[in-house]
Design a protein around this ligand. Structure first.
Ligand SMILES: NC(=O)c1ccc[n+]([C@@H]2O[C@H](COP(=O)([O-])OP(=O)(O)OC[C@H]3O[C@@H](n4cnc5c(N)ncnc54)[C@H](OP(=O)(O)O)[C@@H]3O)[C@@H](O)[C@H]2O)c1
Length: 274
């Protein structure tokens, strides 16, 4: 573990619950983790399951923290930050991490002050099962030590990728953030055809799901490129080659490019809402 800092999550919804769970399982001391939320039930679960500190008062946990993780819905962010700015005099001494979608770092400086160190993180939904990808972007005031700390926190729920500017967050969001939906769409198509060709829904789903998992595991254990891996399982003149030919004829790569570019454009549009 790089270093332990007191870390406070503002908002105790699904994503922070997963991050906290990953941190505690990974050996981060529960006594250094705080969470606040307006209603009690999620806090009680977190306290019982992981032994962290909880409060219904954001200011109470922020007072104890070296690091604040803003984990409320984007539409609540301005109000939550205004409240912190009004009541917390030493915000500039703390590192602020935000996981809210769509709000740029520049906005947080407007909400919290120019001298506050901000890291923006875009985790994706598989973080909920410890297999996430998080894109991270920092403002120039953030130190290397801060970056190492944030990397460690999000490594607890998957892999971390630092982007060089926030446009990279829009792209990462369109690939990794939206990606699970693309894979589910593709997998649902394979399941459907397996059913049409005679398999029960249960068996069709199992074969698709396990194949996706197996392919992802093979890719993560191999140094070969994805194209090479594909070639390795495609014998010339065989049935897989015929299947791949059909995908290529339909322009699968072009479809992926169009999907990602459409999602990037939407991310850019949504950033303008804040
Ligand atoms: N889930 C994902 O896959 C994902 C992925 C990327 C980014 N994110 C971002 O992560 C953030 C949280 O998402 P989530 O899925 O965890 O949302 P969520 O499950 O809806 O949780 C939001 C939490 O914020 C609490 N809250 C409301 N007002 C608050 C306030 N004034 N102060 C403190 N807490 C307050 C809510 O409490 P009550 O229930 O008591 O109202 C709720 O527990 C969002 O900004 C989202 O954009 C999520």
């Amino acid at each position: 573990m790089a270093n332990t800092r007191n870390i406070a999550f503002i908002g105790a919804g699904n994503m922070p619950q997963s991050i906290i769970g990953g941190m505690v399982r990974g050996g981060y001391p529960a006594s250094a983790i705080y969470a606040s939320n307006p209603s009690r039930p999620k806090l009680d679960t977190l306290a019982q399951k992981h032994g962290i500190h909880t409060s219904q008062d954001n200011l109470e946990v922020v007072k104890q923290a070296d690091v604040i993780v803003l984990s409320v819905k984007p539409q609540l962010m301005a109000d939550v930050c205004a409240h912190l700015r009004e009541h917390v005099s030493d915000l500039a001494d703390k590192l602020v991490i935000t996981i809210a979608a769509g709000i740029r770092i520049e906005k947080y400086h407007q909400y919290l002050g120019d001298n506050v160190r901000i890291v923006r993180v875009m985790p994706n939904t598989p973080s909920l099962v410890g297999e996430g990808v998080s894109g991270l972007a920092a403002d120039p005031q953030v130190t290397q030590d801060d970056k190492d700390f944030v990397t460690e926190v999000f490594d607890y729920v998957g892999k971390t990728i630092w982007v060089k500017d926030e446009d990279g967050i829009d792209v990462l969001g369109a690939v990794a953030g939206s990606g699970p939906a693309y894979f589910f769409e593709f997998m649902a198509g394979l399941q459907q055809v397996a059913e049409e060709l005679g398999f029960s829904s249960e068996d069709a789903r199992a074969m698709v799901q396990q194949t996706a998992l197996g392919a992802a595991q093979m890719a993560s254990q191999s140094d070969l490129s994805l194209v090479e891996l594909r070639k390795q399982v495609t014998s010339k003149g065989g049935s897989t080659a015929k299947g791949i030919e059909a995908y290529q004829a339909a322009g699968l790569d072009d479809i992926s490019a169009r999907a990602v570019k459409a999602a990037v454009a939407r991310n850019q549009e949504m950033a303008k809402l804040f």
